[in-house]
Design a protein around this ligand. Structure first.
Ligand code: NAP
Length: 248
């Protein structure tokens, strides 16, 4: 069955891989991005080449007006949404907790927590059957960090993803009768550019080698689970937190 979805941070990494897999299924995809227009356009082209429809939608998830506008743009292009992938997220530089600046922590919580909550709220407002929506699936892209704590690297990031896990559980139970399923995937060390953005370009390869599987994961290995959670084949699954971490 065809789907209309919005992916925040859909231009690169896990979001991009998800967009392309959705395209392979013939779905319509709103590809949100923060600022890298070229990457977003590349992803849109790749989705279309794969057989789907796509548009690039610029917007910062930590800004309420941008979030509302990105949902409006996706619905204007493709009609009512069936699924939202709450994927945009950032890390800070590897740092000891005592050295964190207020600005660093605020940025992480603004994007990873407030941003994710705003996106989930907007998704719920539009997809809830009691509000005229047709139900749907919200997939939160969390992390294994809440259960590991990310000591010496980014404890603030781990906390932000813990807030996402709590939101997943609460929202899933609140929205179950509204036809909306809410689940989270919790990736481990995945080979994307996020590690370079935190000043550790070799992090996935270096630490991936220490995991039980002995390697980092790929964005596609996470995207496969996200796409499955968007489909009807797992219609009885909600309030699940799924680790994709090679056993880490
Ligand atoms: P990535 O390669 O760095 O890509 C990040 C994406 O998010 C880009 O499309 C970027 O857009 C977008 N973005 C960043 N800030 C944004 C904002 N304020 N508003 C809207 N979009 C924004 O990251 P990734 O590794 O794919 O990570 C995706 C998600 O998976 C994140 O939530 C991350 O925490 C989570 N995760 C990743 C790993 C991992 O090892 N990679 C592990 C666990 C969890 P631009 O291109 O415009 O910058």
């Amino acid at each position: 069955m065809s789907r209309t979805i919005l992916i925040t941070g859909g231009s690169r990494g896990i979001g991009r891989a998800t967009a392309i897999m959705a395209g392979e299924r013939g779905w319509s995809v709103g590809v949100n991005y923060a600022g890298n227009e070229k990457a977003a356009q590349d992803t849109v082209d790749a989705v279309q080449k794969a057989g789907g429809r796509a548009i690039a939608i610029r917007g910062d998830v930590s800004r309420e007006a941008d979030v509302i506008a990105m949902f409006e743009a996706a619905e204007k292009a493709f009609g009512k949404l069936d699924g939202v992938v709450n994927n945009a997220g950032i890390v800070g530089e590897k740092q000891a907790f005592v050295d964190y600046s207020f600005e660093r922590m605020k940025r992480i919580f603004d994007i990873n927590v407030l941003g994710a909550y705003l996106v989930a709220r907007e998704a719920a407002r539009r997809m809830a059957t009691s509000r005229g929506g047709r139900g749907g699936s919200i997939v939160n892209v969390s992390s294994v960090a809440p259960r590991l704590g990310a000591p010496g690297e980014y404890v603030d990031y781990a906390g932000s993803k813990g807030a996402m896990d709590a939101m997943t559980l609460g929202l899933a139970r609140e929205l179950a009768k509204d036809g909306i399923r809410v689940n989270a995937v919790r990736p481990g060390l995945i080979d994307t550019e996020i590690h370079a953005s935190g000043g550790q370009p070799d992090r996935a390869e270096r630490l991936g080698a220490l995991t039980p599987m002995g390697r980092a994961g790929t964005a596609e290995e996470v995207a496969a689970a996200i796409v499955w959670l968007l489909e009807d084949s797992c219609a009885y699954m909600t309030a699940a937190l799924i680790d994709i971490s090679g056993g880490r």
